[in-house]
Design a protein around this ligand. Structure first.
Ligand SMILES: [Zn+2]
Length: 475
């Protein structure tokens, strides 16, 4: 290689390259960025670009930045008390431009390609697509995103509003496959790009700088592809080489039970992917390509790999929001759940210092958080219907419909039939649908649809508010 500031090194054959695409053309292994000289003169820039000396960019003028990084590291005193630990810090990555730590990597990637490509293609579980769309918009590049149908609505809107062409696929695997079919004059983005990954390591730099180069005992992070933990370890080792820190923290990687191939491989167990779904959509990575690097990071740092239960996620999201004012997305809360587990197990002592990386914002995943704050209650309140007058206001017919639905779910035509049988009133089907529509607006009923040949049949049922109202009326 021609010696410049940086080059790529293959983790398989040790080959050195300049400006090629991952993986290694000789052996197919992962490439990482290396520097001809490891030196760091920290700039006075309030973003991750304060560490530009150790980022793979030649000139400042090519940087595409939305102000990523330089996120706060905060002492979490109230949560510490609840969990029974003495020194807990939160690295709040929800403050990044698109609400996720991903922005650090995407800023590097887009900065590198902005003058070479007009279009960028990617497959996403959500966050990468949202981030890529924003940075592509800033750089004047057209984003084309393949996303699975279970994508969070908030993230989908981020992409659409930033001008992305979004194509919905059955699942993530199909999205990946389709993204790879694109032409060579379009950039196909990959989460395994060494340049993208290099941006992620700045989290480690920042945490250490914010602690005045005093190494904490543990850093806890979620694992999807394994990229975050791999890059935090790379960052830590570079700081060690620079002499800025003297010790390394133990790295703790967390996955969801049943969707935990890295944790299982770490323990030498079968790596079958058992879980069909989790609300932590971003962690549903069936084949984490950086698994072996993630495992090395945990081993070499004397860390821990652990899986946590999916069903406690909402409770911990609420605990963090109520205790510290930070709204985390489901995949970002798993380190907190793991910390509680490890404190209970005695694997982490109350006196040991712990950093938790809150990787992304819950404002992007409101759709999966509805069970924390049930939406029907809120919509009823927004309607401004005072509780006492509700019954009178909604009228006799609607009350009859609610009474019928308290016996179970029903289709519109069944409601029509029962109104006649039970109350002796005969209404047109269109009138009944009008009533049902208004009851839905009040948040008193909801419906599920089943697709038949060419139309959707809806079945109506009482919401929690509807049930409460009927109970109150009966008593
Ligand atoms: Zn190689």
């Amino acid at each position: 290689v021609d010696e410049g500031k940086y080059y790529l090194e293959c983790m398989g054959c040790g080959g050195k390259f300049k400006d090629i695409e991952n993986p290694c053309p000789l052996c197919g292994s992962q490439l990482f960025v290396r520097y001809t000289e490891v030196k760091l003169d920290i700039r006075d820039t309030p973003s991750m670009w304060r560490y530009i000396d150790l980022l793979p960019i030649d000139t400042d003028s090519s940087i595409v930045s939305l102000g990523e990084g330089y996120t706060p590291l905060m002492r979490a005193e109230r949560i510490s008390k609840i969990l029974g630990t003495q020194e807990l810090y939160l690295k709040d990555e929800t403050r990044n431009p698109t609400g996720s730590f991903i922005d650090r990597g995407v800023s590097v990637e887009i900065s590198r390609i902005q003058r070479r490509y007009k279009r960028i293609v990617c497959a996403t579980l959500g966050d990468t697509g949202a981030s890529l769309s924003a940075y592509a918009a800033k750089a004047g590049i057209k984003p084309i995103i393949y996303a699975p149908e279970k994508i969070n609505i908030g993230k989908l809107y981020q992409m659409l509003l930033c001008g992305a062409e979004v194509l919905i696929t059955k699942n993530y695997e199909e999205a990946l496959m389709l993204a790879k079919t694109h032409k060579t004059n379009e950039k196909v983005f990959s989460e395994y790009s060494p340049y993208y990954l290099e941006g992620i390591k700045t989290i480690a730099y920042e945490v250490m700088e914010q602690l005045n180069w005093k190494t904490p005992d543990f850093v806890v992070v979620p694992m999807g592809t394994g990229g975050l933990i791999t890059m935090i370890w790379k960052g830590v080792r570079e700081l060690l080489e620079l002499g800025l820190i003297e010790d390394t923290p133990g790295l703790i990687g967390v996955q969801i039970e049943g969707a935990d191939p890295i944790v299982r491989a770490f323990r030498g167990e079968e790596t079958d992917f058992l879980r069909g779904k989790t609300i932590a959509i971003d962690l549903m990575v069936r084949r984490p390509m950086l698994q072996r690097f993630a495992i090395s990071a945990i081993r070499e740092s004397n860390g821990i790999a652990i899986s946590v239960e999916d069903d406690v996620i909402p409770r911990y999201i609420k605990m963090l929001a109520e205790g510290e004012g930070i709204i985390a997305e489901p995949s970002a809360i798993v380190p907190l759940i793991a910390l509680k587990k490890l404190l209970d197990l005695g694997d982490i002592l109350p006196s040991e210092s712990v950093i938790i990386i809150i990787t992304g914002s819950g404002l992007k995943t409101i759709d999966s958080l509805q069970e924390i704050v049930p939406i029907e209650d809120i919509s009823l309140r927004l309607m401004g219907i005072p509780e006492k007058t509700t019954i009178r206001k909604i009228g006799e017919t609607k009350l009859m419909i609610l009474n019928l639905l308290s016996e179970g779910m029903m289709h519109g035509y069944e409601i029509r039939k029962k109104l006649r049988e039970k109350y002796g009133i005969s209404l047109a089907l269109s009138t009944i649908y009008q009533h049902l529509h208004e009851l839905m607006n009040y948040g008193l009923i909801s419906r599920v649809g089943r697709k038949t040949k060419n139309k959707t049949k809806y079945c109506y049922f009482l919401t929690r508010s509807g049930r409460k109202l009927i109970e109150k009326h009966e008593s």
